[in-house]
Design a protein around this ligand. Structure first.
Ligand code: NAP
Length: 293
């Protein structure tokens, strides 16, 4: 059994990006500039945004953080988006989710100029990704693909079961794993909360991607011997032994599932770190106008 080390791979990706930016700078090219909009005071969102900004600094990107309190209106957020859409110095930007309940998330995402949508959430980027056209691929599924690639995990002809059908993780993951390329060419099953006999399906998985947000939901009896298990889940649970007062839990019961696997990602130290690295990669592509002119 091999533990897929997101810490090592994300550090490698970031190092490669750093080298690229240095080359770009030396050639008089533009330094990638990422902006992040953070609305409200969700603790997890604060941590994620801080890590994105920190990664920009490490790699040598420029970054701008736009913070507003939770009383900010939808129109005010739309106005900030318009400004960023029109600001030629900003190559790409993200709106950190979740948003306060009074803001319509679809309206916000659709207002982002697709060529600056480095999170890959805009319907144009999702549609282009589904068609196999150049597109920003949403960071978490992109990070998972990169882990599969760098560990040279065989995917062609395998049965990939994705648990969860969210727009930002499960759905794009399922589309990407069936594409006629590597990583891909899997036979894909996408299961969700209305699926009957879920364990019978997960047990058939050669590659199991858990993205449902239910800590330790996937137990050993739901996993086939030799499976590749990718745990996307990241839930904060109370843990008084930790200074922060919480621990991060994945969707997989790691201790009992790991011995059955050929490969498995840990939580923390797996997919989460790759998400940030993938966002940085998309930001470099945006500065180079590689997806859109
Ligand atoms: P989400 O929008 O809440 O979607 C959860 C999906 O799981 C839904 O499709 C839901 O089904 C399905 N589901 C819920 N309970 C289920 C059950 N008992 N059996 C089968 N399916 C079930 O969540 P998300 O945004 O995709 O996030 C999923 C997890 O990944 C969360 O823990 C989140 O924190 C984590 N995450 C991690 C990263 C990272 O960087 N590592 C990035 C994004 C998300 P229905 O559609 O039927 O409701």
């Amino acid at each position: 059994m091999t533990i897929i080390d997101g810490k090592i791979i994300s550090a490698q990706v970031k190092q490669e990006l750093k080298v690229e930016v240095e080359k770009q700078k030396a050639n008089g090219g533009k330094i990638p500039h990422l902006a992040a909009i953070l609305i409200g005071d969700n603790g997890a969102s604060e941590t994620y945004v801080a890590s994105k900004i920190r990664s920009c600094e490490e790699i040598g990107f420029r970054s701008t953080l736009i913070r507003r309190d939770s009383s900010t209106t939808e129109d005010e957020v739309l106005e900030i988006i318009q400004q960023l859409n029109n600001d030629e110095d900003i190559d790409g930007f993200i709106v950190q989710l979740p948003l306060p309940a009074h803001i319509n998330v679809d309206k916000i995402i659709e207002a982002i100029e697709p060529r600056k949508d480095v999170d890959g959430f805009h319907p144009i980027n999702i549609g282009r990704m589904a068609k196999g056209l150049p597109a920003y691929i949403s960071a978490t599924p992109f990070g998972v693909l990169e882990l599969i690639k760098r560990y040279k995990i065989e995917t062609a002809g395998k049965h990939c079961v994705v648990v969860g059908r969210s727009q930002i993780v499960g759905l794009p993951m399922s589309i990407l794993m069936q594409r006629n390329t590597y990583p891909g060419n899997c036979t894909v099953s996408l299961v969700h909360s209305k699926t009957k006999n879920l364990a019978e399906i997960t047990k058939q998985a050669d590659i199991l991607v858990a993205a449902l947000g239910k800590p330790e939901f996937i137990t050993a009896d739901m996993v086939k011997e030799g499976a590749v298990v990718i745990d996307v889940g990241l839930t904060r649970v109370v843990d008084t032994t930790k200074k922060s007062g919480f621990a991060l839990k994945g969707d997989v019961k790691f201790d009992e599932v790991a011995p059955k696997c050929s490969y498995i990602t840990p939580v923390p130290g797996g997919v989460g770190l790759m998400t940030v690295a993938a966002l940085m990669y998309n930001t470099l592509l945006s500065a180079r106008r590689e997806i859109y002119q």
